[in-house]
Design a protein around this ligand. Structure first.
Ligand code: GCB
Length: 595
C-alpha cells in the first residue's frame, strides 16, 4: 500500500514539478546567450522579510518625491560578483546563512520570433526569481542548473531582475543540517539570458546503444508551436553521418545511427563534433562514445578491465578562493589530478559545475558524479525524496551526453535503516529508468570488526559498483593497523575505495606517529595502499582528498582553523608528502593496467 502511495506521489511530482525549474535547456555553453554575470546589487535580509516588506523587494521603483519614505534601496547598496559565493567576497558575510536579495538592470531588445529564457548554472540553496516585478519561479537545490522562460515578461529597453537566494540549512533539505563542507551561499555559477527560436532544440541525447560499439542511439526533443512532424537532421562529419528524422506530435524523435566511432578513453579522449538542426534551430556539441560495464569484480571500459586511479575533489577553487566555477579553476584542479597520474575523479559530494565535467572529459578523466544525499538526511520524508529526485534528474539531464561520466552515486555514508533503503532504491530506479549506459554506486560506511573489513550493507545488492569509505589509520587505529586487516566482500561486484585519508597541516613535520604531521599522513597512505593493493575485488581508489577545504566542523586551532586538512595539497596549492606516495602508487598501477 505504502509503495502505491510513493508511486502516485512520484508521478504527481513528475507532472507538477513547480519548485524545480522548467525542463532544462541542453548544452547551454554553445547556445546564443547574453551573460548576466558581473556586479549585482544586494540586500542582506537576515530576517527574510523582503518578500512582503514595502510591497516586496522585487518591485523596483524609481525614487519619487523627496518626502517618500523608503527603507531599502538597491541603488545605494553594496554589490557582489556573480558567479561567486558571498562568503568569500565580504568579510562580514563569511559565516552568513540566510537570504540575500540580488538585483541587476539590463538593456534588452525584444526580437521577433524569439523566445528568451533565464538560466542559472547553480545557486545555493533556494532561489526565487522575479523579472520586472513578476515572479518567474523557485528552485530548490544548491548544485544543479535550472531555467525559466521569460519571453513575455521582457520589454524593450531597461529590464530588471531580482533574485533571492537563501542558504539556510534545513532538517528536511538535501543535504540536511550538518555536512563536512562549507555552506557557501549565493549565485555560485553563471547566469545567462538564452535566446532561442520559437521552436527550438530543447534537449537531445547521443551515446552508444547499450552493449553495442557500432550503433549510436539518440533522441531529440523540440519545444515550441511547430515541434510536431518537424524535420531534425543529425550530422557527424567525421563519421560520415548525415541523417534526417521526423518528430512525433510531441516534438520528440528517437533514432539509431550505424557508425564505428573511435572509442573515448583516458588514453584517447576523442570527441566528435555533432551538429543537430531543426527547421529553425541549429546546435553543435562535442560528444565521445564509449562503453562501460561490470563483470564480476571487473569494471570494463570499452570491453577492457580498468583500474580507476582516482582522487576525491570538492568544488572549491584552488588557492583559497571559495567556490570553484570557472574553466580555469577546473583546469588547475584537474591538472593536479593528472600530475598524480589519475584517470578518474570522484566529484564529491554534490554535482559540480559543468566546466569541471567537460574539462575532465577533454582531458581524458573519468568521473563519478554524486548528489548531496549525505549522512543522516530525513529519509522518511517524501518532500526530501522529491527534492533528491529533482537534483538527480537535473544533473543527469545536464550530463547525459558526457562520455567520461561513468558512475552516478546516490549517497554518501548513510545509516542502514529501512527508510534509507526505500529512499535510495527510489533514486536508483530513477537512474535505471533514465540511463542504461552508466553504473550506479554509493559510498558506503566503513565496516570494521576487529581485524576484518567485511562489506555488509543491503544497499550493495542494488549497486553496480560498491563504494567504501574506510579510514584505517585515521578514525580506526594507527596506520600500521592496515597491515593486519583482512577484507571480505560477499558481493560478486567491483569495489572502489571511495575514501581513505588523514589530516595533515602542510609544513608541519614530526615522525610518522605525530598526528597532523605530513609524515603521519604519508604513513597512512603507505600502509593503506599496501593493504589495498592485495584485495582482489578492488577496482579503484579515490582517497580523500585532493585539496584542503573549508569546513565549519573542523575547529582545531592552529591546525585546522575551519579547514578539513585531509588534502594532499594545501588550500594554497602546496603539495604534501602523501601526494608523492599516491603518485608513485598510481605510476606502478598504470604499468599493470592499461586504460
Ligand atoms: C567522510 C565523509 C567526508 C568527510 C571525511 C572526513 O567519510 O564522506 O565528507 O569530509 O569523511 O574528513 O572525515
Amino acid at each position: 500500500m505504502k509503495k502505491f502511495f510513493i508511486t502516485i506521489f512520484l508521478l504527481y511530482i513528475t507532472f507538477l514539478n513547480n519548485s524545480y525549474g522548467e525542463e532544462l535547456i541542453q548544452n547551454i555553453l554553445y547556445r546564443n546567450k547574453i551573460s548576466l554575470n558581473g556586479q549585482w546589487e544586494i540586500l542582506v535580509d537576515l530576517y527574510d522579510i523582503g518578500e512582503h516588506y514595502e510591497g516586496g523587494f522585487y518591485k523596483i521603483r524609481e525614487i519619487g518625491e523627496r518626502w517618500e519614505r523608503r527603507e531599502y534601496d538597491f541603488d545605494k547598496s553594496d554589490y557582489l560578483l556573480v558567479p561567486g559565493d558571498w562568503n568569500t567576497q565580504r568579510e562580514k558575510l563569511f559565516l552568513y546563512e540566510g537570504s540575500i536579495w540580488y538585483h541587476k538592470d539590463f538593456l534588452y531588445r525584444k526580437k521577433n520570433k524569439k523566445r528568451t529564457f533565464i538560466y542559472f548554472g547553480g545557486a545555493n540553496y533556494k532561489t526565487d526569481v522575479w523579472v520586472n516585478g513578476e515572479k518567474v519561479g523557485t528552485h530548490v537545490g544548491g548544485f544543479s542548473p535550472f531555467n525559466f522562460e521569460v519571453t513575455d515578461l521582457l520589454k524593450n529597453g531597461k529590464n530588471d531582475i531580482v533574485v533571492r537566494v537563501n542558504n539556510g540549512r534545513r532538517k528536511d533539505g538535501v543535504p540536511a543540517l550538518v555536512t563536512d563542507w562549507f555552506n557557501y551561499g549565493g549565485i555560485t555559477r553563471d547566469v545567462y539570458l538564452v535566446e532561442l527560436p520559437e521552436t527550438f532544440i530543447q534537449d537531445y541525447y547521443l551515446q552508444l546503444k547499450k552493449g553495442k560499439r557500432d550503433v549510436i542511439e539518440g533522441w531529440v526533443k523540440l519545444d515550441g508551436s511547430n515541434c510536431s512532424n518537424s524535420k531534425v537532421r543529425i550530422k557527424i562529419g567525421e563519421l560520415k553521418i548525415d541523417k534526417s528524422f521526423i518528430t512525433n506530435r510531441n516534438g520528440f524523435v528517437k533514432f539509431e545511427l550505424k557508425a564505428k566511432p573511435e572509442m573515448w578513453s583516458p588514453q584517447n579522449p576523442k570527441l566528435y563534433k555533432v551538429v543537430i538542426e531543426s527547421n529553425d534551430d541549429r546546435i553543435f556539441d562535442y560528444i565521445g562514445f564509449r562503453t562501460i560495464e561490470v563483470s564480476g569484480y571487473d569494471i570494463l571500459l570499452n570491453g577492457k578491465s580498468i583500474f580507476l586511479r582516482g582522487i576525491c575533489i570538492h568544488e572549491e577553487a584552488p588557492y583559497n578562493r571559495g567556490r570553484a566555477f570557472s574553466k580555469e579553476d577546473a583546469k588547475v584542479l584537474l591538472e593536479w589530478a593528472k600530475e598524480l597520474n589519475c584517470n578518474f575523479v570522484r566529484l564529491a559530494h554534490y554535482p559540480h559545475n559543468e566546466n569541471m565535467v567537460r574539462t575532465a572529459e577533454e582531458m581524458g578523466i573519468l568521473v563519478w558524479e554524486e548528489i548531496p544525499v549525505y549522512w543522516d538526511i530525513d529519509f522518511g520524508n517524501l518532500n526530501t525524496l522529491e527534492n533528491a529526485i529533482s537534483q538527480l534528474k537535473e544533473i543527469m539531464s545536464r550530463d547525459k551526453n558526457r562520455a567520461n561520466v561513468i558512475l552516478w552515486s546516490v549517497a554518501n555514508e548513510t545509516p542502514i535503516t529501512k527508510e534509507r533503503m526505500k529512499f535510495l532504491t527510489e533514486l536508483i530506479k530513477v537512474i535505471k529508468s533514465n540511463d542504461d549506459i552508466r553504473l550506479v554506486t554509493a559510498a558506503l560506511h566503513r565496516f570494521y570488526n576487529g581485524n576484518l573489513m567485511k562489506i555488509e550493507d543491503p544497499l550493495a545488492e542494488h549497486l553496480d559498483v560498491i563504494g567504501v569509505n574506510e579510514y584505517l589509520g585515521w578514525y580506526v587505529g594507527l596506520p600500521s593497523k592496515c597491515d593486519s586487516v583482512m577484507w571480505e566482500s560477499p558481493y560478486n561486484k567491483p569495489v572502489i575505495i571511495s575514501e581513505f585519508g588523514a589530516g595533515a597541516l602542510y609544513g608541519y613535520h614530526g615522525d610518522e606517529l605525530t598526528r597532523w604531521s605530513e609524515e603521519y599522513q604519508e604513513s597512512v597512505y603507505k600502509h593503506n595502499l599496501e593493504m589495498l593493493s592485495k584485495v582482489d575485488f578492488i577496482r579503484g581508489i579515490s582517497p580523500w582528498i585532493l585539496k584542503d577545504f573549508r569546513s565549519p566542523r573542523r575547529m582545531l586551532h592552529g591546525i585546522q582553523d575551519f579547514y578539513n586538512r585531509k588534502g594532499i595539497i594545501s588550500e594554497n596549492g602546496q603539495k604534501k608528502k602523501a601526494f608523492y606516495i599516491l603518485k608513485r602508487f598510481y605510476d606502478e598501477i598504470e604499468k599493470e593496467w592499461t586504460d
